[in-house]
Design a protein around this ligand. Structure first.
Ligand code: NAI
Length: 331
């Protein structure tokens, strides 16, 4: 039995969390949830959308499943998501993108994984106004962060039976910064002779992804290119409702959907729990409960392929509960 921090979030968070934890329980996942509330609902009582107890719980349990949390606008609170990544040093953003039969897209065989560096690059936020008409933003790339993200990508490839890692840069232009990132990836690649290694420039990658995305397997990118390319790839496989993600560091991992708290459909039993369920499946693989993960994955894909119990965003008429029950029946 493994203890995992569960953050049900706000907006549609609690509804999709309920569906996902019910499915995991029925599938026989060996998990004890340490439930930690966060977001707008706890601000009044605790003075912050991310109380310290949430961070402490993740530090203790090392793994968390997180539903979306609203970032209040104009009230001076930092985004819960950015705060979590910073305080736990979750240096790797992992986004698997795979076609799901039954969800209509332009391609049939996309099955790739984005590994995005999560801590530096232009996201370091070091900017200054040089004069009235000139602004400057500094791109930081370090050897330490580049080596550890490349190692993460190759380790992921080995553990998940992937064959190819492609490093993505603009090293022909940013010769020092992207050049360093590229050289670190080359160095790490030498330690993994069983994995094929390729290099590509980010502009060429974007064209290739739109024309022939099936050729890619694991992509490793600096922060900014990773951000942009991962949204492009979410679009290739069906968009927000099915886009999962994870933020992983040396001492903790937080699995979460890409979408937000969807306040427009909150409390209506309409939300699609697929992205959170896919995040939970990836979490089960991470904690070595792979058989259960694969069982749920099969049931989810069968339910979507059948097409009889889909939620509105996928063109169906079913409620969150009906979709959940169909998955449970298919387990
Ligand atoms: P959103 O992703 O919540 O919603 C965009 C649109 O997609 C809405 O029409 C919504 O109904 C729909 N949608 C999203 N998830 C869905 C699902 N599972 N099933 C069916 N429809 C779904 O983006 P928005 O409106 O920009 O953000 C709302 C709040 O969420 C904001 O406060 C934002 O800061 C927060 N947010 C939180 C994230 C997180 O906790 N990781 C990530 C992104 C946004």
């Amino acid at each position: 039995m493994q203890t995992v921090t569960l953050i049900p979030g706000d907006g549609i968070g609690p509804e999709i969390t309920n569906a996902v934890t019910t499915i995991l329980e029925k599938a026989g996942a060996q998990i004890e949830w340490d439930v930690q509330t966060a977001g707008t609902d706890v601000i009044e009582a605790e003075g912050s959308p991310l109380p310290d107890r949430v961070i402490e719980s993740i530090k203790k349990n090392k793994v968390a499943l997180k539903a979306p949390v609203t970032t209040p606008i104009g009230k001076g609170f930092r985004s819960v998501n950015v705060a979590l990544r910073k305080s736990l040093d979750l240096y790797s953003n992992l986004r698997p993108c795979k076609n799901i039969e039954g969800i209509k897209t332009r391609y049939d065989n996309v099955d790739l994984v984005i590994v995005r560096e999560n801590t530096e690059d232009l996201y370091a936020g070091i900017e200054r106004q040089v004069d009235e008409d000139t602004a400057e933003s500094i791109k930081i790339i370090t050897r330490k962060a580049s080596i550890r993200i490349a190692e993460f990508a190759f380790d992921y490839a080995v553990k998940n039976n992937r064959k190819l890692v492609t490093v993505v840069t603009k090293a022909n232009i940013c010769k020092l910064s992207d050049g360093l990132f590229l050289n670190c990836a080359r160095e790490v690649a030498q330690k993994y002779p069983q994995i094929q290694f390729k290099e590509i420039l980010v502009d060429n990658l974007c064209m290739q992804l739109v024309q022939n995305p099936e050729q890619f397997d694991v992509l490793v990118l600096p922060n900014l290119y990773g951000d942009i390319v991962s949204d492009l790839c979410a679009g290739l496989v069906g968009g927000l409702g099915v886009a999962q993600g994870a933020n992983i560091g040396l001492n903790a991992a937080v699995f979460e959907p890409v979408h937000g708290s969807a306040p427009d459909i909150k409390g209506q039993n309409k939300a699609n729990p697929t992205a959170l369920l896919l995040s939970a499946i990836e979490m089960l693989k991470y904690i070595e409960q792979r058989d259960i993960a694969e069982k749920i994955e099969k049931a989810l894909f069968k339910t979507i392929k059948d097409g009889k119990s889909l939620t509105c965003d996928l063109g169906g008429k079913s409620t969150t509960t009906e979709f959940m029950n169909a998955i449970i029946e298919n387990l």
